[in-house]
Design a protein around this ligand. Structure first.
Ligand code: 4AD
Ligand code: MG
Length: 441
């Protein structure tokens, strides 16, 4: 039949069950008169044992790694010493080759070397993904994305799908991808935030998981041109509500993911040190971070001591989180270094009700804030930031038709995964990464 490995009940392998499996040769090894083939099919890895005439028909030139095949036989439970994944084996009595894969000089092992040059690995990403490590990250990624959906669903947030093609900016003009939209100027969205805000009056709290695009003209290990953005917007809240909600979502998603044995094992194989952070997260005001940086001799980008108003650059931010070694909710950034829509702290007009969540090893993984809900204040903010208000009429209207104190955040899924899976760069958490200079495969 054309069905996949349905007959195999991986949860309770039962010696003697006859099965027919389809998959690709992940590994093969010949020992005297026995041939061991590890078959990979997405559900897992299965050791298949070919003996007698089956092993004799084996031809090293045809049964190369990545060859796709069908094998029939009996499932056996085997002792842990047998080195079979999940302690089970398929004792084959028949096989068919479906699609050969090249051996010799064109073998996948030659094309994809674990220690190969990074650009070659990226050119061969379609083959690299067949490796255990890259595949495990994709499985974790799927589980994490699913967990966010589950968590928001439990909170009764509805999901909307904002447009990717837009005519407004959210996070500054310098990282906009501009294009010609039927002779009009348009951009790839930097964030769905403004659209999420317009959903509050009909939806209550709302979220989306969509692509965001940034024309980042720098090559760092945490910047992509296209990334997956988990964004939520909460109505009638205080800044403190927002911080508590953030902790809850992050910890719940980690719980949901770690509760799945296969995914849990993948995460700990990839990152043995990973553990869920304890609540409450450490909270630190921007102003106190500036003092902390200076106390620790960490200078700003001009190699001078940090001053109030400085951006905390990527390197300084990472050194700080590496030393603190716990997630930090960094709050109340100065007005000039934050986005136009952020509310000012009523107790200190110099700073915004804003938050970045910083994680050891990665740095910022979340950016969020309370949003200006006063019409006049927003009009002032457009002016101060040199933003023409016309294209934003629909955003502004939220302040004219029943405004509300509200706030939200965006989380970079790839940065979250880099943390969880202990990956050095966000590129390794993407299916096919996009960053300056790379748009293939
Ligand atoms: O801090 P950012 O720019 O905030 C916003 O876009 C808000 N409008 C989100 C909101 O409030 N709804 O981006 C949010 C997060 C960052 O913390 C980071 O994790 C991720 O998006 N991010 C990137 N990830 C990969 N590559 C890039 N170039 C990224 N830029 C931002
Ligand atoms: Mg940010």
């Amino acid at each position: 039949s054309g069905e996949r490995t349905k007959e195999v009940d991986y949860a309770s392998p039962d010696r003697g069950t006859r099965v027919k499996v389809f998959g690709r040769v992940h590994r093969e090894r010949k020992q005297a008169q026995v041939l061991f083939v590890t078959l990979r099919d997405g559900f897992g890895y299965l050791q298949c044992v070919l003996t007698g005439p089956l092993a004799k028909t084996y031809d090293a030139v045809t049964l190369t790694r990545e060859t796709s095949m069908m094998i029939t036989g009996e499932m056996w439970e085997v002792p842990p010493g047998a080195h079979a994944p999940d302690n089970r084996e398929l004792h084959a009595d028949y096989f068919e080759i479906i699609g050969k894969a090249p051996g010799g000089d064109d073998a996948i092992t030659n094309k994809v070397q674990e220690k190969g040059d990074p650009q070659t690995l990226l050119d061969q990403r379609h083959l690299v993904l067949r490796g255990e490590k890259a595949a495990a990250v994709m499985f974790v990624r799927s589980a994490v994305e699913h967990a966010f959906h589950t968590k928001y669903h439990e909170l009764n947030y509805i999901k909307v799908s904002p447009p990717a093609l837009v005519q407004t900016q959210v996070e500054g003009g310098s990282t906009l991808f501009e294009f010609d939209y039927y002779s009009e100027k348009a951009y790839l969205t930097q964030s769905s935030q403004l659209y999420l805000e317009t959903a509050l009056p009909f939806a209550g709290n709302v979220y989306c998981i969509e692509k965001s695009f940034r024309a980042e003209k720098s090559l760092t290990r945490r910047h992509l041109s296209e990334y997956t953005h988990v964004e939520a917007e909460l109505d009638f809240i205080t800044f403190d509500d927002l911080l508590n909600h953030l902790e809850d979502v992050i910890c719940s998603v980690i719980d949901l993911v770690l509760a799945q044995p296969r995914i849990n094992k993948m995460i700990h194989d990839l990152n043995p040190k990973f553990q869920k952070p304890s609540r409450p997260f450490k909270r630190m005001r921007y102003a106190d971070a500036i003092t902390w940086l200076n106390d620790h001799g960490i200078n700003n980008e001009d190699d001078k001591p940090h001053e109030f108003g400085d951006d905390i650059a990527e390197a300084a931010e990472r050194r700080m989180t590496d030393i603190l070694d716990v997630p930090v909710l960094l709050t109340y950034f100065p007005v000039p270094i934050k986005s136009f829509y952020m509310t000012k702290d009523p107790e200190d007009e110099r700073v915004t009700e804003s938050v970045d969540l910083l994680i050891p090893g990665v740095g910022e993984i979340v950016g969020g804030s309370m949003r200006m809900h006063d019409y006049e204040e927003l009009m002032e903010a457009y002016k101060r930031n040199g933003i023409p208000p016309e294209p934003y009429y629909w955003y502004t209207d939220q302040r004219r038709y029943g405004t509300s104190p509200h706030g939200g955040y965006g989380l970079g899924l790839e940065r979250f995964l880099a943390w969880m899976c202990g990956q050095h760069t966000v590129r390794d958490t993407c299916f096919y990464p996009r960053y300056m200079g790379r748009c293939r495969p």
